[in-house]
Design a protein around this ligand. Sequence first.
Ligand code: GLN
Length: 187
Amino acid sequence: MQGASREHTAALKRLGATVHQVRLPEDLVGIDALVIPGGESTTISMLLESSGTFEPIAQLLHEGLPVLGTCAGMILLAGDVLDGRPDQKSFAQIDIAVRRNGFGRQVASFESDIRIKGFEEPFPGVFIRAPVVQTVDRSVEVLASVELDGGKQSPALCRQGNVMVSSFHPELTDDLRIHQMFLTNIN
Ligand code: GLN
Protein backbone atom coordinates (compact mmCIF):
# COMPACT_ATOMS: atom_id res chain seq x y z
CA MET A 1 0.00 0.00 0.00
CA GLN A 2 2.66 2.41 1.13
CA GLY A 3 6.14 2.26 2.63
CA ALA A 4 9.18 0.05 2.23
CA SER A 5 7.47 -2.91 0.56
CA ARG A 6 9.96 -3.07 -2.33
CA GLU A 7 12.87 -3.64 0.04
CA HIS A 8 11.00 -6.41 1.89
CA THR A 9 10.14 -8.00 -1.45
CA ALA A 10 13.79 -7.96 -2.51
CA ALA A 11 14.97 -9.46 0.79
CA LEU A 12 12.39 -12.27 0.73
CA LYS A 13 13.09 -13.04 -2.93
CA ARG A 14 16.79 -13.32 -2.18
CA LEU A 15 15.81 -16.03 0.29
CA GLY A 16 13.81 -17.87 -2.38
CA ALA A 17 10.26 -16.86 -1.39
CA THR A 18 7.60 -16.02 -3.95
CA VAL A 19 6.35 -12.54 -3.14
CA HIS A 20 3.63 -10.27 -4.39
CA GLN A 21 2.23 -6.98 -3.19
CA VAL A 22 -1.15 -6.80 -1.51
CA ARG A 23 -3.25 -3.84 -2.56
CA LEU A 24 -6.70 -5.37 -2.95
CA PRO A 25 -8.62 -8.13 -1.15
CA GLU A 26 -8.09 -10.56 -4.07
CA ASP A 27 -4.30 -10.25 -3.61
CA LEU A 28 -4.71 -12.15 -0.33
CA VAL A 29 -5.86 -15.36 -1.96
CA GLY A 30 -3.45 -18.23 -1.35
CA ILE A 31 -0.83 -16.35 0.66
CA ASP A 32 1.13 -18.21 3.36
CA ALA A 33 2.34 -15.14 5.24
CA LEU A 34 2.16 -11.36 5.22
CA VAL A 35 4.62 -8.53 5.76
CA ILE A 36 3.39 -5.11 6.83
CA PRO A 37 6.21 -2.70 6.04
CA GLY A 38 7.41 0.53 7.56
CA GLY A 39 6.02 3.77 6.24
CA GLU A 40 3.31 5.83 7.83
CA SER A 41 0.87 3.86 9.94
CA THR A 42 -1.89 6.46 9.62
CA THR A 43 -1.66 6.36 5.80
CA ILE A 44 -1.45 2.56 5.67
CA SER A 45 -4.46 2.35 8.01
CA MET A 46 -6.45 4.66 5.72
CA LEU A 47 -5.48 2.72 2.59
CA LEU A 48 -6.31 -0.61 4.24
CA GLU A 49 -9.79 0.71 4.88
CA SER A 50 -10.39 2.34 1.51
CA SER A 51 -9.12 -0.73 -0.40
CA GLY A 52 -11.36 -3.08 1.57
CA THR A 53 -8.38 -5.13 2.75
CA PHE A 54 -8.56 -4.33 6.48
CA GLU A 55 -11.32 -6.80 7.35
CA PRO A 56 -10.01 -9.73 5.26
CA ILE A 57 -6.50 -9.28 6.68
CA ALA A 58 -7.90 -9.07 10.23
CA GLN A 59 -9.71 -12.35 9.60
CA LEU A 60 -6.59 -14.09 8.22
CA LEU A 61 -4.50 -12.89 11.17
CA HIS A 62 -7.16 -14.10 13.54
CA GLU A 63 -6.93 -17.51 11.85
CA GLY A 64 -3.16 -17.56 12.47
CA LEU A 65 -1.59 -16.22 9.27
CA PRO A 66 2.09 -15.57 10.05
CA VAL A 67 2.86 -11.85 9.90
CA LEU A 68 5.94 -9.68 10.16
CA GLY A 69 5.39 -5.99 10.93
CA THR A 70 8.27 -3.52 10.81
CA CYS A 71 8.07 -0.02 12.28
CA ALA A 72 4.71 1.30 11.00
CA GLY A 73 3.83 -2.40 10.60
CA MET A 74 4.56 -2.90 14.30
CA ILE A 75 2.16 -0.05 15.12
CA LEU A 76 -0.53 -1.61 12.92
CA LEU A 77 -0.25 -4.90 14.83
CA ALA A 78 0.04 -3.53 18.37
CA GLY A 79 -2.75 -4.00 20.87
CA ASP A 80 -2.35 -0.44 22.14
CA VAL A 81 -1.20 2.60 20.18
CA LEU A 82 -0.23 5.71 22.13
CA ASP A 83 0.05 9.06 20.36
CA GLY A 84 -1.79 7.63 17.39
CA ARG A 85 -4.32 9.53 15.33
CA PRO A 86 -7.79 8.92 16.76
CA ASP A 87 -9.01 7.41 13.49
CA GLN A 88 -6.05 5.10 12.95
CA LYS A 89 -6.85 1.43 13.17
CA SER A 90 -4.79 -1.49 14.38
CA PHE A 91 -5.15 -5.24 13.91
CA ALA A 92 -4.32 -5.61 17.63
CA GLN A 93 -2.58 -8.97 17.15
CA ILE A 94 0.25 -8.65 19.67
CA ASP A 95 -0.05 -7.68 23.32
CA ILE A 96 2.25 -4.70 23.36
CA ALA A 97 1.69 -0.98 23.80
CA VAL A 98 3.69 1.26 21.46
CA ARG A 99 4.17 4.99 21.37
CA ARG A 100 4.35 6.41 17.85
CA ASN A 101 7.49 8.46 17.15
CA GLY A 102 8.45 7.68 20.75
CA PHE A 103 12.18 8.36 20.41
CA GLY A 104 11.53 12.09 20.19
CA ARG A 105 12.65 14.52 17.55
CA GLN A 106 16.34 14.72 18.27
CA VAL A 107 16.89 11.01 18.01
CA ALA A 108 14.14 10.40 15.47
CA SER A 109 16.43 8.38 13.21
CA PHE A 110 19.54 6.48 14.18
CA GLU A 111 21.41 3.23 13.74
CA SER A 112 22.35 0.95 16.54
CA ASP A 113 23.81 -2.54 16.62
CA ILE A 114 21.43 -4.73 18.52
CA ARG A 115 21.79 -8.11 20.11
CA ILE A 116 19.17 -10.58 18.99
CA LYS A 117 18.41 -13.80 20.84
CA GLY A 118 19.80 -16.72 18.87
CA PHE A 119 22.05 -14.60 16.58
CA GLU A 120 25.77 -14.75 17.20
CA GLU A 121 26.62 -11.44 15.58
CA PRO A 122 24.83 -8.15 16.34
CA PHE A 123 22.21 -6.92 13.87
CA PRO A 124 22.39 -3.44 12.31
CA GLY A 125 19.23 -1.78 13.63
CA VAL A 126 17.97 1.08 11.46
CA PHE A 127 15.44 3.17 13.38
CA ILE A 128 13.44 5.81 11.49
CA ARG A 129 10.83 7.75 13.47
CA ALA A 130 10.32 4.46 15.20
CA PRO A 131 7.72 3.51 17.76
CA VAL A 132 8.88 2.85 21.32
CA VAL A 133 7.49 -0.29 22.91
CA GLN A 134 6.18 0.82 26.31
CA THR A 135 4.79 -2.39 27.72
CA VAL A 136 4.70 -6.04 26.73
CA ASP A 137 2.48 -8.78 28.06
CA ARG A 138 4.20 -11.73 29.70
CA SER A 139 3.16 -13.95 26.80
CA VAL A 140 5.24 -11.87 24.38
CA GLU A 141 8.77 -13.05 23.69
CA VAL A 142 11.25 -10.16 23.56
CA LEU A 143 14.01 -11.15 21.12
CA ALA A 144 15.92 -7.87 21.18
CA SER A 145 15.96 -4.52 22.93
CA VAL A 146 17.29 -1.06 22.22
CA GLU A 147 18.64 1.45 24.69
CA LEU A 148 16.58 4.57 25.25
CA ASP A 149 17.89 7.93 26.43
CA GLY A 150 18.85 7.47 30.05
CA GLY A 151 19.94 3.89 29.56
CA LYS A 152 16.62 2.10 29.88
CA GLN A 153 16.10 -0.86 27.56
CA SER A 154 13.00 -1.07 25.41
CA PRO A 155 11.89 -4.10 23.36
CA ALA A 156 12.71 -3.74 19.66
CA LEU A 157 11.92 -7.21 18.29
CA CYS A 158 9.01 -9.18 19.71
CA ARG A 159 7.15 -12.35 18.89
CA GLN A 160 3.84 -13.75 20.05
CA GLY A 161 2.44 -16.80 18.30
CA ASN A 162 2.25 -16.08 14.56
CA VAL A 163 3.12 -12.40 14.97
CA MET A 164 6.62 -10.92 14.81
CA VAL A 165 7.26 -7.17 15.01
CA SER A 166 10.32 -4.95 14.97
CA SER A 167 10.57 -1.24 15.66
CA PHE A 168 13.53 -1.07 13.27
CA HIS A 169 13.90 -1.78 9.54
CA PRO A 170 15.64 -5.08 8.71
CA GLU A 171 14.68 -4.59 5.04
CA LEU A 172 16.92 -1.52 4.80
CA THR A 173 20.05 -3.55 5.46
CA ASP A 174 21.75 -6.36 3.56
CA ASP A 175 21.35 -8.57 6.58
CA LEU A 176 18.74 -11.23 5.82
CA ARG A 177 18.70 -12.99 9.19
CA ILE A 178 15.38 -11.59 10.43
CA HIS A 179 13.60 -12.36 7.16
CA GLN A 180 15.18 -15.81 7.31
CA MET A 181 13.90 -16.33 10.85
CA PHE A 182 10.42 -15.21 9.75
CA LEU A 183 10.39 -17.63 6.79
CA THR A 184 11.67 -20.47 8.97
CA ASN A 185 8.81 -19.98 11.41
CA ILE A 186 6.17 -20.14 8.68
CA ASN A 187 6.54 -23.86 8.07
N1 GLN B 1 6.35 7.18 12.49
C1 GLN B 1 5.76 6.27 11.55
C2 GLN B 1 4.31 5.96 11.94
O1 GLN B 1 3.82 6.45 12.88
C3 GLN B 1 6.53 4.98 11.44
C4 GLN B 1 7.86 5.27 10.80
C5 GLN B 1 8.41 4.13 9.98
O2 GLN B 1 7.72 3.17 9.65
N2 GLN B 1 9.64 4.28 9.59
O3 GLN B 1 3.68 5.19 11.28
